[in-house]
Design a protein around this ligand. Structure first.
Ligand code: PXP
Length: 253
């Protein structure tokens, strides 16, 4: 269960690297964004080292793991290469995500039920190395139970479909997705899993998710980096944190 009422904000800085890589060279530097996020009140930094290195690169992970003063959550696919990188840099947590080469972003959660033969060879060495293991899944009871059975510490519930329903103005789908996320969070918590959520969240969609009491961390990237163009990253993070606090009742934080 969540400690007190505190909800942490993990800031995903992948898309600072997307802009850098559009031109090559070193600017803008995602590590500078991570340092700024720390000063603006972020509770953690998330970065996804993709197999094709389309945004974050190996050197970024080395620098982020080397000391930004915040826990690093490394998102990674279930490959031996990623496992070795994680074991080398020892982030605070690894969030295992499905990865397809052609996708624009992570579409849907990891199918833990289908993968459960392969996952122990990734989860067990990470846990042995003292790295917390998170599985990025849809809020589906079978996926949550399978995650618990495999010994994951955390499940991160995929909020992408919920966010799409909001942007499509489909209130029936929105309510159904929110209900699914709330029910999933309660089940995961009951099974002793820490509950995180993320994908596609913005100022308009964050509050109902932040109000789910079992959720202890939100990981938000694309919207915050986009908003930073207009208001600055520190202002965008401060506003997101304020909305999260308001959703939790704003008290004892
Ligand atoms: N959580 C996970 C597991 C993700 O893969 C992503 C996207 O990299 C996010 C959170 C953040 O999503 P967004 O960039 O849409 O806020």
């Amino acid at each position: 269960m969540a400690e007190g009422n505190k909800l942490r904000l993990g800031v995903n800085i992948d898309h600072v690297a997307t802009i850098r890589n559009a031109r090559g060279g070193g600017l803008p530097d995602p590590v500078r964004a991570a340092e700024l996020a720390a000063r603006a009140g972020a509770d953690g930094i998330t970065a996804h080292l993709r197999e094709d290195r389309r945004h974050i690169g190996d050197d970024d992970i080395a620098r982020l793991a080397g000391g930004i003063g915040l826990p690093l959550n490394l998102e990674m696919a279930t490959t031996e290469e990623m496992l070795q990188i994680a074991l080398r840099h020892k982030p605070n947590a690894c969030c295992i995500v499905p990865e397809k080469r052609q996708e624009v972003t992570t579409e849907g959660g990891l199918d833990v039920v289908a993968y459960d033969n392969k996952l122990p060879s990734i989860i067990d060495p990470l846990k042995k190395a003292g790295i917390r293991v998170s599985l990025f899944i849809d809020a589906d009871a079978a996926q949550i139970r399978a995650s618990s059975k495999l010994g994951a510490d955390i499940v991160e519930l995929h909020t992408g479909t919920y966010c799409h329903a909001h942007h499509d103005g489909d209130s029936v789908a929105f309510d159904a997705e929110l209900e699914k996320l709330a029910t999933g969070a309660a089940l995961a918590d009951e099974l002793g899993l820490e509950v995180h959520a993320g994908h596609g969240l913005c100022f308009e969609t964050v509050k109902p998710i932040a109000a789910i009491p079992q959720v202890t961390e939100l990981n938000i990237g694309h919207f915050l980096i986009g908003e930073a163009i207009f208001v600055g990253l520190d202002t965008a993070i401060a506003k997101m944190s304020r909305l999260m606090d308001e959703a939790r009742g704003g008290a004892d934080l």
